[in-house]
Design a protein around this ligand. Structure first.
Ligand code: BTN
Length: 258
């Protein structure tokens, strides 16, 4: 479906709205591997995503019609495989920038790319890249954002929130999607033209628990440390109370809740 309502150059111009799908990431992956080339910036959104996937094999649940569940196709061949964390930074900073308009207080990015309000998760990102040679050939960026959902099940009850739960007011999903596409496009075009000098600093400045003493766990052991930032390739740098700073990969460290 061609979309003429977003004021973007390419992101979201080819917008495919599905009433129900297992996962928009899966759907976009299959569509992009078909012989007909899909335009860069294609967005697949689902009203009901019934088997949404999260990071590290987790599931992403969203009440049908109440939240944003969508995936975006990019071909960032100008980004090397080694620098792929730039995409994580770009998307989480873009989401943060858009949400700031609605939620001016307490908004942070929980490394690597969860969107938090105070101590609760409001959004998550699942980026699936295909690398060719030393560069990224294709990136499927899946975004789940809790918008008008006010009831959360199970563990999410204590750890999740939504825009409407905070504002006590519903937000228009298509307007929000359009704002996100616009913001991602702006940052993407900057990155593509080599003018991304502030992206890393912006990302780090928004990190949840930055410069705070907090608890983490590594290989089953809990330790206290201060988050100092990230490495060149996006590893999380934490300085334990009694020791030198250590850099952790995604599966190597977990945030411990008090
Ligand atoms: C996470 O925080 O664990 C990442 C969640 C990503 C969820 C989104 S919803 C749209 C897209 N399709 C999926 O199956 N997952 C992503």
């Amino acid at each position: 479906m061609q979309n003429n309502t977003f004021s973007t150059l390419f992101i979201g111009q080819n917008l495919i709205k599905l009433s129900a799908v297992d996962s928009t990431n899966n759907y976009l992956k299959i569509l992009s591997s078909n012989s007909e080339p899909l335009p860069e910036g294609t967005v697949i959104m689902a009203e009901h995503q019934f088997a949404g996937r999260g990071q590290q094999g987790s599931v992403w649940m969203a009440e049908p019609g109440k939240s944003l569940t969508f995936s975006l196709l990019l071909r960032p061949s100008f980004i090397s495989a080694e620098q792929q964390f730039k995409l994580n930074m770009l998307v989480s900073v873009a989401l943060n920038n858009v949400l700031l308009k609605y939620l001016p207080n307490g908004l942070t990015i929980k490394w690597p790319n969860d969107i938090y309000v105070d101590d609760r998760k409001i959004g998550g990102v699942l980026i699936e890249n295909i690398v060719a040679g030393s560069n990224i050939k294709q990136s499927i960026i899946g975004i789940g954002l809790n918008v008008n959902q006010t009831f959360f099940d199970g563990e999410a009850q204590v750890r999740a929130t939504s825009i409407s739960q905070i504002l006590q007011q519903d937000v228009n999903l298509m307007v929000l999607l359009s704002e996100i596409c616009t913001q991602i496009e702006q940052l993407y075009l900057k990155l593509r033209s080599g003018k991304d000098t502030q992206l890393r600093d912006l990302y780090v400045s928004k990190l949840y628990r930055l410069n705070q003493l907090a608890k983490y766990s590594h290989k089953g052991e809990v330790f206290e440390g201060i988050m100092e930032g990230i490495s060149e390739v996006g590893l999380l740098r934490i300085k334990p109370l009694n020791g030198k700073a250590v850099e952790f990969g995604f599966k190597e460290v977990a945030f411990v809740w008090e």
